[in-house]
Ligand binder design. Sequence first.
Ligand code: LMR
Length: 348
Amino acid sequence: MKKWLLATILGVLTLALVACGGGSSSSSSEPKSSEDYTADKPFVIKFSHVTAIDSVKGKSADYFAQLVDEKTEGRVKVEVYPSSQLYGDADELDALVSGNVHMIAPSVTKMVKIDPRWQYVDMPYLFKDDEHVKRFFDSEVAQDLFNSEQLAQNDIMGMAFWPNGFKHFSNNKHPLVKPEDFKGLKFRTQAGQVLEAQFEALGAGSATISFGETYAALQQGTVDGAENPFNNFDTMKFYEVQPYLSTTQHGRLDYAIFVNKSYWESMPEDLRVLVEEALAEATEYAQSLAAEENAKSFEKIKELGTVEVYEMSDEEREALREALQPVYDKFTDVITQELIDGITALAE
Ligand code: LMR
């Protein structure tokens, strides 16, 4: 009987030890020494995202992984899972909170689940140009979003902002020039009520559909239209199912890099410093890449011959901006006047 008890206790202890120390990634919240990680047994960071490998985000994520590998001599390995391979929009954030992935780079509007102020990015015509966005990323105003209670409570830490670009409306019915042209159409939205209100203000309907399912939804007519930066429109081949694109430039699609805080802190500090250096360099790379890739994609879309591209004038954009004013009336309190004013003040 005693032998049986001893064997059972030993068995349980062995299982517990295997559970804590097994595998090549650290699951313990106790920081180990960096000597414990080698190229054969690296600290693994699972990085999940939803866009294509050749998109702005895809290339930047791969470059980050390569830099981490070089700087840490393989002792930290960033495993990048693109194209919603591991998690789609709906569950990527939950997977980060629960520690099933360790790093994500969502389009910031998807953070609405945790803090509705992240929908600042959807406020129509809030940003003037790419330089305005860059000044915002480098500002205390943006840093405040990272310092929120909501992120801390969810064990998430914000690390960096990466740009993509301005969004433009597309659809499969007719050219979109005037606000009236949107009436009765149905558009795909990423998340949140600001985007719903945007389409409502234009007399259009909307449905939230994950990025990975958007092509099929457009092809099958579940929705008629979408809004994307040129590079996402290109790399997701939306040009095959969206024959009309107008350069409305009405909102932004940008990213923030988040890590699971406990997992991050379980990495030895000297390795963390190297990963942070890699992230800073990858962020610079993303910043130089975004405008370039969007410009290339725009040229490609125009040359394809399958998409009728309507290049909007400033006056036409102004009419759209006025039609979208109700979004501000409805959502300024949610985004907060402070954040909107903070962003507006960085326009010049
Ligand atoms: C979207 O859903 O449209 C975005 O999340 C795509 C992206 O660039 O991440």
